[in-house]
Design a protein around this ligand. Sequence first.
Ligand code: ASP
Length: 288
Amino acid sequence: MAAVGTWTFSLPAVEKMRALILEGVNSLDCVEKAMSDVENNPETGPYIVGRGGYPNRDGIVQCDAAIMEGHPGRFGAVAALAGVGTPLAVARKVMENSPHSMLVGSGALAFAREQGFSIEDNADMMSEKSSNAYQMFCEEDRSVKAHDTLGLIALDLHGNITVGVSTSGTPFKYPGRVGDSPLPGCGLYADIRAGAAAATGDGDKILCYCPTFHVVQLMKQGFSPAAACHSVIQDIQHQAGKNMFEFGLIAMNMKGEVGVASSVPFPYVVWSQSTNTIHQFQQSPYSP
Ligand code: ASP
């Protein structure tokens, strides 16, 4: 049993996953519950997640989120979803209650409403901080440089693994822009035969490389999570060269071992049952 989260602000989510895993809750519920608390908290919005996240160019907060179970490999996602404080929960409903895997924009919103989610005014999705930042963007063309998807992986005591990701995406993005996060194999991937992985960073670039699918395939071939992450970032760096972008990658195998690689200093949070401690680590950027 183990749990991991991207960036230091994932600490409360990893603590929550630990408590739930130890109660015997399945990994799907663990990831959804831990994610919802963070998504819905306007204080963590500046980390580019959920309520309080930065809006798009038109001033609307549009979120991307996805979830994937290692077994039976089910996947659900929403993209450019406005008005819902817990986008990952809607992604889960897409997976469980629709014949589809991904819904976007107004279709995702209509589906969320049908599923009983309350749809909020955009003003309620904004915080004072995000409103001020948007004003600066409009008046002074001042943007915010930030990439911080919340990615969570839980390995439960029943032996299943689930990965979830959630983000409000690039600040002041073009309306309808979709990053790597909700795309399977790009922002997240899980396969019970190997493990799971999540990505964070510049999604417009990340999605060209399908890094999480790549990592999981390498783990399936016997690579450790660390070696798999290292190999994938090396491959991307080789191709991107001087245009290497902000990128963080985290993976867990079915033994609960964790691996990380990044192009920037990348903090992450890990709980493992073997030590029963939660640790925050900082990955140094990969240098070829
Ligand atoms: N990858 C996300 C995106 O580009 C954002 C991030 O991780 O910061 O939408």
